[in-house]
Each structure stands twice: as C-alpha cells, then as structure tokens.
Design a protein around this ligand. Structure first.
Ligand code: UDP
Ligand code: MN
Length: 242
C-alpha cells in the first residue's frame, strides 16, 4: 500500500504529441499506484490519445483545459501548460486525499527512481533537473548538509528559481492550502505556484536524489517536425495522411 502518485501532464496538439505521450506512457506503466492526469490544451480530446491511454492500462483521466483566448492572442511568451496544470490541481482537490502530485511535462525524460522518491514527500520535495539552460542543471544548492540557495540559469528575482519538473507536493499539503494556484505569468509559473503554497519556506524543502547529487529527470526538448502538406493531394485515398 504505497501512497498514490498523481502525475499531472499538460499536453497540446502538434506533430510530436503522440510520440511524446507514447514514450512517457511506457515509463509510467512501470510505476505502481499511479494516476495519470493527461490534460490537453484544446477544446476537445483526441481519439488517438484516448486509444493510447486505454492500451497502457494506466489508471488515468484525460481532460481538456484550453489556454484562455486572451493569453493565446498575446504576442511573446505564452503561459504554456498553465490552464492544464490548474485543471489538474482542481481534479486532485476533488478526488485525492493522500499521496503526492507531480507536474510531468510530456516532453521530459524520467528515471523510474524519481517516482520511488517523490512518493514519500511530506510537504514539498525538490531535486535536480538536467538540461535546463546553459547552466546544465537546475537544483537546490546544499552547503554543509543544508539547503543554501538555488542554482538556476535564470534567477529572475524569483523566491523559488526552479524548473517545473524539479519539485513534488503532498496532496494533504495542497488541500490545507485552498488558494494555491499556478499564475498565468510566463517564466514565473513555478515561483508563483510555490509561493501560493504559503506558508512554506525554502528551509522546509525535502531534498531528494541523494541530497541533490543525482539527476532523475531531464528537461529534454523535441525538435519540431512539421510534415509538408503540399503532397497531400497526391496521396488522397491512401494510407498516407498529410
Ligand atoms: N503546452 C501546452 N500548450 C501549449 C504549449 C505547451 O499545453 O501551447 C504543454 C506541453 O505539452 C508541455 C508543457 O506545456 O507539457 C510545457 O511546454 P513546452 O514543453 O513546450 O515548454 P518548454 O519545456 O519548452 O518550456
Ligand atoms: Mn518541455
């Protein structure tokens, strides 16, 4: 009877989507007592994903949470995955009582050891994330056996300069904080969310991954592969769909 793990995965429609979710699903299939909340930035679900999720046998929900139009229209950086994660938090508040939740983007790479460790988070745990900015990694810094500061390529005046993949939170801890929410502020999503978990201070962080000396998650990014649709007509009424 391991504590349940709630994995909140934002996703959105693009050529690489099914490949990313297939790879992630085959990681999560190896994790016991897991609930996968797949939440798409869209107005309707995608049958290919519904089918994939069924075939994995993972306990899951597949929901939609479109990015509000006001942010979609804005120029510059967008709040990617925020509507999805807030929908996931809402689901956790309504359906979970114990265990731990974690925001797992669809394009990152995960070592199974990550799930073994975050499952026992009492408040908020943190650990290194590889391949974040030119700094190579984003992690809490430990000096003399204690938390000291954050190593991250972009501090940005943040209280918690960490990556979305770098922390996990206890469900009970969330339920005790009914106002916790992720803000629609590009670059400040993690910081805003962690600050909304108040009261919570950096000295309370549970430091995992052998005192943050191991990397169990990487912020990998997939190259864009846009198929050309100029050949579409030639392949009408064949198996080739462009
Ligand atoms: N995402 C989304 N809608 C978007 C763009 C991204 O839901 O318009 C999701 C995406 O699937 C991923 C997360 O939000 O799980 C973070 O996006 P991305 O990986 O593109 O951001 P990056 O890692 O480059 O910061
Ligand atoms: Mn990403």
């Amino acid at each position: 009877n391991l504590p349940p793990l709630y994995i909140i995965t934002p996703t959105y429609r693009r050529s690489e989507q099914l490949a990313e979710l297939t790879r992630l699903s085959h990681t999560l299939m190896l994790v016991p007592n897991l609930y996968w909340l797949v939440i798409e930035d869209a107005y309707k679900t995608n049958d290919l994903i519904t089918d994939l999720l069924k075939r994995t046998g993972i306990n899951h929900v597949y929901l939609t949470a479109p990015m509000p139009e006001q942010y979609k229209k804005k120029k510059g950086a967008k709040p990617r995955g925020v509507s999805n994660r807030n929908k996931g938090l809402e689901w956790v508040r309504e359906n979970a009582k114990t265990g731990v939740f974690y925001f797992a983007d669809d394009d990152n790479s995960y070592d199974l050891q990550l799930f073994n460790e975050i499952r026992f988070t009492r408040k908020v745990s943190m650990f290194p994330v590889g391949l974040v900015t030119k700094f190579g990694v984003s992690t809490p810094v430990i000096r003399n056996g204690r938390f000291s500061e954050f190593y991250d390529g972009w501090q940005g005046g943040r209280k918690f300069p960490v990556d979305m993949a770098g922390f996990a939170v206890s469900v009970q801890f969330l339920l005790e904080r009914p106002h916790a929410i992720m803000p629609y502020s590009p670059g400040f999503e993690e910081d805003g969310f962690l600050k909304s978990l108040k009261p919570f201070e950096p000295n309370e962080i549970e430091l995992l991954a052998s005192s943050c000396t191991k990397i169990y998650v990487w912020h990998t990014q997939t190259k864009k592969n846009e198929p050309s649709s100029s050949l579409a007509e030639k392949y009408n009424n064949t198996n080739v769909h462009l």
